[in-house]
Design a protein around this ligand. Structure first.
Ligand SMILES: NC(=O)c1ccc[n+]([C@@H]2O[C@H](COP(=O)([O-])OP(=O)(O)OC[C@H]3O[C@@H](n4cnc5c(N)ncnc54)[C@H](OP(=O)(O)O)[C@@H]3O)[C@@H](O)[C@H]2O)c1
Length: 292
């Protein structure tokens, strides 16, 4: 995992740099709905963590397709992040690497994203560390502590740290904002083989709800989504294997989610119209797990 971070530089065309400078900060649009506070629905400056592939890539593509400028963040897979970057509609995007288990690198990422985009209007906390299965009965204490450290540092602490950094920028900008966290169905349903993952995702949901209350006076809405299985490389070994049929059968639709379906929900939660959804944890699980 690289701890370096690079502003887009060589990957950002002259055209996109000029476009970024000319456009400047996103301009508030007159509120389409009462209480939407003039938060813009396009032309926003969006930081997506963990956008090298999978859900993060789909989210970056969805924002770019509707006219937002995106800072594509990656951890270790620079080549895949470059593919994400190259796939984005429009100009003025940035490509930034940072190890989110390092709070200082995380701070440099927020700084670089704000510099490259001219500010931050939307933060999507999507990055999550991969973890080997660690059921308590079959995992050594050494492995157990290592997995928990890693999961907490990336899934929870980096989400908290990036939220703090982005919120402070949004408050200084004075134009409101949106923070959307990618949580998980596992927070509710239990993750017997990945308890650290389930616990950190539950904490991400709770963090989002506390921040929703704390940041509402600044026009910042904070939400989370709680997806079930999504068809990404991260879980391909489970979906392609013998376990896959059972996983698809968890939903009465007989399938798992596509990354674009999660991205569509994130796009909505980042919209001006979704301010009143602040504090929500939105289930995206194809009716595979119902809670009241
Ligand atoms: N796939 C599912 O079934 C599923 C279900 C529910 C929720 N989710 C959630 O959806 C989100 C995306 O999942 P995905 O399937 O797209 O996962 P993924 O392909 O493993 O992507 C994870 C992203 O996080 C980044 N990352 C991991 N550790 C990092 C670190 N230390 N520093 C910086 N970046 C780091 C990775 O960067 P690099 O690749 O560049 O290292 C990658 O971009 C995650 O929050 C996951 O928990 C997924």
């Amino acid at each position: 995992m690289t701890s370096s971070q690079e502003s887009q530089g060589s990957h950002q065309s002259q055209e996109s740099q000029e476009s970024q400078g000319a456009r400047g900060p996103a301009e508030p649009v007159a509120g389409a709905l009462p209480g939407s506070s003039g938060f813009p629905g396009t032309g926003r400056r969006v930081l997506v963590s963990g956008a090298s592939r999978g859900v993060g890539r789909a989210i970056a593509q969805a924002f770019a397709a509707q006219g937002d400028r995106v800072a594509v963040h990656y951890g270790s897979r620079r080549d895949e992040a470059e593919a994400t970057f190259a796939s984005l509609d429009g100009t003025g995007h940035a490509l930034l690497g940072a190890d989110l288990s390092d709070p200082q690198a995380t701070a440099r990422l927020a700084e670089a994203a704000a510099e490259a985009l001219g500010g931050i209007d939307v933060l999507v906390n999507n990055a999550a560390a991969a973890a080997p299965a660690h059921p308590p009965a079959n995992t050594s204490y050494e492995e157990w502590t290592a997995v928990w450290q890693r999961q907490v540092s990336v899934n929870l602490l980096a989400t908290a740290n990036l939220s703090h950094l982005a919120a402070q920028r949004m408050i200084a900008q004075g134009t409101g904002g949106r923070i959307v966290n990618i949580g998980s169905r596992g927070a509710f349903r239990g993750e017997p083989a990945h308890p650290a993952y389930g616990a950190t995702k539950a904490a991400v949901h709770a963090l989002g709800q506390s921040l929703a209350v704390a940041l509402a006076p600044h026009g910042i809405a904070v939400t989370s989504v709680a997806p079930g299985f999504i068809d990404t490389d991260r879980v391909a070994h489970r979906l392609d294997g013998a376990e896959g049929e059972g996983i698809r059968a968890q939903s009465p639709f007989g399938r798992v989610a596509e990354p674009a379906e999660v991205a569509a929900a994130v796009l909505w939660l980042a919209s001006p119209q979704a301010q009143w959804s602040s504090g929500t944890v939105l289930d995206l699980n194809g009716a595979s797990y119902l809670r009241t």
